[in-house]
Design a protein around this ligand. Sequence first.
Ligand SMILES: [Zn+2]
Length: 505
Amino acid sequence: MLELLIAASRDLDEIFLLQAHRDNPGFRARLEELPREAREDALAYFAIQYGLYERQHGWKPWVSGVPDRPPGGGFYPSTLTKDEWERFLDEHPDREPELVSLTTMVVRDGEQLSGVPYSRYFADPLEAAAAKLARAGALTRDASLRTYLTTLAESLRNNDYRAADLAWMDLEGQLELTFGPYEVYEDELFNYKAAFESFVTLVDPVESARLEQIKSLLPAMERHLPIPDEHKNLSRGTASPIRVTDLVFNAGDARAGIQTIAFNLPNDEEVREQKGSKKVLLRNVIGAKFRTILKPIAERVLTEEQQPHLSERSFFDLVLFHELSHGLGPGHIEVDGQRGEVREFLREHYSTMEEAKADIVGLWNLLYMIERGDHPEEARHGLYATYVAGLVRSARFGGGSAHGRGAAVQFRLLREADAIEIDASSGRLRPQPSRFVAGVREVARRLLMLQAEGRYDETAALLATHASPSPEMQRLIDGLGGVPIDIRPIFPLAGESAATLTLRD
Ligand SMILES: [Zn+2]
């Protein structure tokens, strides 16, 4: 069954490649014509980036003679401009639903734009994947997984993922599969379009059960958000399962560039209001990143006396609470009599704001747990130090990443609040203990309110000045040469080995 799930994931991988850029198969074919020495490295790097653009460096092409990446990736015609889009929508308001849909590809037909459902645009690979999922469903004795796989196969064929999302929320076995079009980060034009991805994971039941207890505290966390009650989202479903898993295969959006350490899905607000959302933590990925990346970063960016505070447990908790906090705060809002989701109001700035919010509100909630006695007081300085070092780790992802921009925003705002100090002689960072909690509260409040009130212009203005690393942060990032930016997964279960995937230095 795992073999089938991995094979179906590989079908999604080819789809995502087209969503990243419509010319990607052609680009890859050209790399295959390079002389052998250059070809191997080029193809390996192409596989990491899913294309010819540096995801960590503002989408700069990594080969010469390539045009800039279209901001909308492969989801829209590459020559489409925002002006043309807005003009067309003004003239054809009836076409809006199909064009802004999460699950359509936008194509140009003469003067016309239209939205083609994924199920039609990608009919062949989706049918191939659906058949494998249906076969896998027939093999499992896990009833919840069988229902999910059957429903999911249907979703791939009819382009409606709501039923699959609902069945995904009910998974309760030892195998967690996440499969479909989810995140909108790849579409930097509008954040409208969902990219295909897959995570195949195995659950740790003991650790997951322990974390389940935290979910009973979610309503208290929502009430404790530092915003007026009218903006709190107290009606959301609270059935928010948490799974701690080990990743055995990923594909598509999940595998491109920076590796995901945890996720919170589904994104469909209707499903979230009905069933809540589920957090999946990828423990083997979190551990690998802590050891190979965060620890060496902290050794260079934190002051000497802060370094003993760094802890893998704090890193894990910050990741967990980041995911929990995606499910807290404003969801559906009303602005000037118009009702919609926050992402519809903040548009291309939504992803950055949502990632920054999840980080800072996650920390805010952990501090609240300490205040309540639900988390040990001794963990406090570990959280401060690990969070601050973690901002530098995320900011390194760069301007092409919502997480990278979100970390730069938090850092600048916390500096303005005097919550992070810079040691005058070493240039290294130290949380300012007497200002830290107040600073976190203020930054959380500011980001949550921009979301609650759907303030597009103010958000754009904030990001214009804050979404790139400050000079002091940039100096620290520049001093991280030799520390890996990320890990590259190799999945033996899927027949991969270092020999077939490794880039030479
Ligand atoms: Zn996130």
